[in-house]
Ligand binder design. Structure first.
Ligand SMILES: [Zn+2]
Length: 248
């Protein structure tokens, strides 16, 4: 095989791994963003529960004040009852007191309802708080793991980029240019093996004469169907399952 071709195969292998690592480096922080957004949703829920709790406290205070005022009114009416002489007035006052007591009882029922709602909010708050703490702990753990993974991936990437630089030096500039051009249009695979006359890039037969020329290994050939740069893979190597997985 032409030495620049074997170097180019190396370059392609490195490019593929570099591509994978680059994508992973982009994906990892996105994953954290999604988890942080879920936590923010919970915190917003908690804020809403707290606000509702404050509203209920206010309503309870107001209702209790109103009830106390009603109680005062009832006491005053009862005191006046003693001074009333006329039977008609007395009956009217009794009726008024009954009405006021009924109003007060309704108000007390309202207070109980508010207290029940407060209990429900308290439970919801405790539940949300628990979820927030769980999420915060999970996020902290995940952030640390992501930071460590990013650090290691970056180190690996730096090493691979060094290797790629070294390998690229052995490939003529024109060929590299062609390689890059095809790579961008063929999903990262610009150089493909040919086995028994079939291009592994597109799984189609190349021309018989091309195959003969390829086996001679004196010139650089491209697949007539997918334009990938070709190299000859001898039969034994392919049978042993060494054929690289190539995607079209
Ligand atoms: Zn092809």
């Amino acid at each position: 095989m032409l030495p620049e071709l074997s170097k180019l195969i190396e370059v392609q292998e490195l490019d593929k791994v570099i591509q994978e690592i680059t994508e992973e480096l982009e994906r990892l922080p996105e994953e954290l963003k999604t988890e942080a957004a879920a936590l923010e949703d919970l915190q917003a829920q908690q804020a809403a529960h707290l606000q509702e709790m404050e509203n209920l406290k206010g309503r309870r205070r107001d209702t209790e004040t109103e009830t106390a005022d009603m109680e005062d009114g009832i006491k005053k009416s009862r005191a006046r009852l003693m001074e009333i002489k006329s039977n008609i007035e007395y009956k009217a006052m009794i009726k008024e007191i009954a009405f006021k007591e009924d109003q007060r009882d309704k108000q007390e029922t309202r207070i109980l309802e508010i207290m029940e709602q407060m209990e429900a909010q308290k439970r919801a708050l405790a539940d949300t708080e628990g979820q927030i703490q769980e999420r915060q702990a999970a996020l902290a753990q995940r952030s640390a793991a992501v930071a460590e993974a990013v650090k290691q991936l970056k180190q690996r990437l730096a090493g691979l980029e060094q290797q790629r630089k070294k390998q690229r030096k052995g490939v003529p500039a024109q060929l590299l240019k062609r390689y890059e051009f095809i790579r961008q249009r063929r999903n990262g695979t610009a150089i493909a093996p040919v086995n028994e006359g079939v291009c592994f890039g597109c799984h189609m037969n190349i021309l018989p004469q091309q195959f003969i020329d390829l086996q001679k290994g004196v010139e650089i050939l491209q697949c007539p169907h997918c334009q990938r740069i070709l190299y000859w893979q001898e039969e034994e190597a392919a049978e042993e399952g060494d054929a690289p997985q190539v995607q079209t």
